[in-house]
Design a binder for this molecule. Structure first.
Ligand code: COI
Length: 353
C-alpha cells in the first residue's frame, strides 16, 4: 500500500554550514525528519517536517518505564550520485522484533520502507561522498502516554532522522572483557535494540575508558565465560584459518552487518563457524599465537579491527600487520555499499520516493 505523507520543508537548508570532511559521528543532523503517531491502534499523522525538538510531558511513559527502541542504517552513494540503501527490509523486520519484545506496536514494513525511501531521497544531498562516510539513518519509537504506572503505553511516536557521519571508530579498538557487570541474559532483552541495553552498558564502558580501553566485551550473564558482543558491534575472531563468532542465543544483537559478513565469508570460501566461544579459549589462542585477528561488525562501526583484548590480568595484543580478513571484509562491504564491488546478492536498493 502507498501512504500519504504531509510534507513541510525547511525555509533554508543548513547544509552549507556542514564540513563534510570533518564529521564526528552523530553530531550533525540533516534538515528533515519523518514523524508518525500511534493512536487508537493505528499509525497516523504521517509527516515529514523540519528537524526540531518535540515537547514532551514529564509523565511521558518512555522516560519512566523505558519503552524505547531504535534501528541504525546507512545510506551511501554510487559514482553517479544515486542514493543507496543496504538491506532496508531487514531493519524493518528487526525493528518489529524489538517492538514485539518491548510490548510496542509494529510499524508495517511498507510504511517503514516508504518513509525511509522518501526521507533519504529528500536528504540525498546530505550523503557524504567520502569512502567510509555515510548518511546514518536512525529510526526509533518511544512510548508517549502521559501516565505514571507500569504498563505498556497505548500511544507511541515513530521518528526517522538522518545524519551525515564519518567513521565511528577512527583507530583499531581496544577491548576490555567485563567479568563483573553483564549486558544481557537469555530470556532478557539483549536481542532487542532497546535504549536500556545501552544505558546498562554505560557504567562499565566509562570504567573501561578510564583504563584506556574503547569498549567492553560482554560475557554471558550466567557463567561469565561465553563471549556475547561488544555493545556497539558483534564480534568475530580469526583463529588459525577459521572465522568464528558467537551464535545468536537471544541475548546477542542479530546484527545485519554480522549476518551479511557471514554470508560473504561463506561465499568467498572461508571456513566460518557460529558457536559458543569462551573467553578462555580466545585468551589461550592469543597466547599460543593461533589468534590472528579480532574485529567487530556493525552498521555504525562497519568492520572495526581490534588491537588489544584484556581479560583479568592478561592482555593480548594483535599484530595489525597480519590483518587480512578484516581488511577484505571492510573493502568488500564498503565496495558493495558504493557499488564498486558487485552486489551479487542484490542487497543494495536505490532510495526512491
Ligand atoms: C549501529 O551500529 O547502528 C548502532 O546502533 C550502534 C550504536 C552504538 C551507534
Amino acid at each position: 500500500m502507498s501512504y500519504k505523507f504531509n510534507v513541510t520543508r525547511v525555509q533554508e537548508s543548513s547544509i552549507s554550514k556542514v564540513d563534510f570532511n570533518n564529521l564526528p559521528f552523530g553530531k550533525t543532523f540533516s534538515d528533515h525528519m519523518f514523524v508518525a503517531d500511534y493512536i487508537n491502534g493505528a499509525w497516523t499523522n504521517l509527516e515529514i517536517r523540519p528537524v526540531a525538538p518535540i515537547p514532551t510531558h514529564p509523565g511521558n511513559m518512555a522516560w519512566h518505564y523505558g519503552q524505547a527502541i531504535f534501528e541504525g542504517m546507512k545510506a551511501t552513494r554510487d559514482a553517479e550520485g544515486h542514493a543507496l540503501l543496504f538491506r532496508p527490509e531487514l531493519h524493518a523486520v528487526r525493528l518489529n522484533n524489538s517492538a514485539k519484545r518491548m510490548s510496542m506496536p509494529e510499524v508495517p514494513e511498507d510504511l517503514f520502507l516508504q518513509a525511509i525511501h522518501t526521507l533519504v531521497d529528500m536528504e540525498k544531498a546530505w550523503i557524504p561522498p567520502q569512502t567510509g562516510s555515510a548518511l546514518y539513518i536512525r529510526p526509533f519509537m518511544y512510548a508517549t502516554d502521559e501516565t505514571i504506572g507500569v504498563k505498556a503505553s497505548d500511544t507511541y511516536k515513530f521518528i526517522i532522522f538522518v545524519m551525515p557521519v564519518g567513521p565511528y571508530y577512527t583507530n583499531p579498538v581496544k577491548l576490555l572483557a567485563q567479568d563483573k557487570y553483564v549486558r544481557a541474559v537469555v530470556g532478557g532483552v539483549g536481542e532487542a535494540k532497546t535504549a536500556g541495553n545501552y544505558a546498562a552498558s554505560l557504567l562499565p564502558s566509562t570504567m573501561a575508558r578510564k583504563e584506556g580501553f574503547d569498549q567492553v566485551m560482554w560475557l554471558d550473564g550466567v557463567h561469565k565465560k561465553y563471549i556475547q558482543e561488544v555493545g556497539t558491534m558483534n564480534i568475530f575472531f580469526v583463529v588459525k584459518d577459521e572465522i568464528i563468532t558467537p551464535n545468536l542465543d537471544g541475548a546477542i544483537l542479530d546484527g545485519i552487518t554480522r549476518k551479511s559478513m557471514l554470508e560473504l565469508f561463506k561465499d568467498q570460501g572461508y571456513k566460518v563457524t557460529e558457536r559458543p566461544i569462551t573467553i578462555d579459549e580466545i585468551i589461550e589462542a592469543g597466547q599460543s599465537g593461533d589468534l590472528v585477528e579480532i574485529f567487530g561488525t556493525g552498521t555504525a562501526a562497519v568492520i572495526a579491527p581490534v588491537s588489544h583484548l584484556k581479560y583479568k590480568d592478561t592482555t593480548i595484543e594483535l599484530d595489525m600487520a597480519k590483518r587480512q580478513i578484516s581488511k577484505w571484509a571492510y573493502d568488500t562491504i564498503n565496495g558493495i555499499r558504493n557499488r564498486t564491488v558487485t552486489d551479487k546478492f542484490g542487497w543494495i536498493v536505490e532510495a526512491k520516493p
